[in-house]
Ligand binder design. Structure first.
Ligand SMILES: NC(=O)c1ccc[n+]([C@@H]2O[C@H](COP(=O)([O-])OP(=O)(O)OC[C@H]3O[C@@H](n4cnc5c(N)ncnc54)[C@H](O)[C@@H]3O)[C@@H](O)[C@H]2O)c1
Length: 235
């Protein structure tokens, strides 16, 4: 029997590298998926796509209402949408600070505000996709690392707030995963990153997606944690 038959998940950034893999793995277990994408995706064959900018509170609320009208329930929220706008602080614009914090951190908060009552009702699961950079920091990423560290604080506080209601909240901190986000990095940056990974390879989106599934299906006593998935990386 499929493990998630009758359940409904919202995955933000469903068209991206990791988001797409999360959709695939959860839908293979029978989960219905609403994918919240910034722009229309070329391939949304195994999920229902909603065009939503997670920074837009009204758009988020309206889309969540549409999901409830269509599917009748929401069990899982995967806050996966995220962006980078890297630069050294001297050169980082205020706009690049704001847009990364707004998308990666406030976007997740907007999603949580719009779904929390439904998730509590269904004793659901929230998974926030953070980053090892949120734990360790990284040169050129003060905006990104602050947003990802913020997600970790948010995760732990939410877990404490809702544990007694059986809503579980965890964060995943991936290292270097092969997706469009990392594809744009220079060969030199990739080479340096690879040398720091004990397994000497980058991760695959499916490997992160399988961890999401584990946390939903099997991790029934895991709450308020940050699970690192980085092939043994030293930043
Ligand atoms: N790739 C990595 O090495 C890596 C490592 C650690 C953490 N992460 C995190 O994993 C998540 C997914 O990253 P990815 O590598 O798949 O990147 P990606 O660029 O392939 O996908 C990002 C997705 O987020 C969506 N998105 C961006 N802004 C949005 C907005 N305002 N509203 C709605 N959707 C929006 C994009 O459309 C895209 O679908 C991100 O949160 C990223 O920070 C990635």
């Amino acid at each position: 029997m499929k493990m998630l038959e009758g359940k409904v998940a919202i995955v933000t950034g469903a068209s991206g590298g990791i988001g797409r893999a999360i959709v695939k793995v959860l839908s293979e277990e029978g989960c219905a998926i609403a994918g919240f994408n910034f722009t229309p995706s070329m391939d949304s064959s195994d999920y229902t796509e909603y065009i939503v900018d997670v920074t837009d509170r009204n758009a988020v609320e309206n889309a969540v209402k549409s999901v409830l009208e269509r599917f009748g329930r929401i069990d899982f929220l995967v806050n996966n949408a995220g962006i980078t706008k890297d630069n050294l602080v001297y050169r980082m614009s205020y706009e690049d600070w704001d847009s990364v914090i707004n998308t990666n951190l406030t976007g997740a908060f907007n999603m949580i505000k719009a779904t929390i009552r439904e998730l509590v009702k269904n004793e659901g699961v929230i998974i926030n996709i953070s980053s090892v950079v949120g734990l360790e920091g990284n040169v050129g990423q003060v905006n990104y690392s602050a947003s990802k560290a913020g997600l970790i604080g948010l995760t732990k506080s939410l877990a404490k707030e809702f544990g007694k209601k059986n809503l579980r909240v965890n964060a995943i901190a991936p290292g270097f995963i092969e997706t469009p986000m990392t594809e744009k990095l220079s060969e030199e940056v990739k080479k340096v990153a690879l040398e720091k990974i004990s397994m000497r390879r980058f991760g695959k989106p499916e490997e992160v997606a399988k961890l999401v599934k584990f946390l939903i299906v099997d991790g029934t006593y895991i709450n308020g944690q940050v699970i690192v998935i980085d092939g043994g990386m030293e930043l």
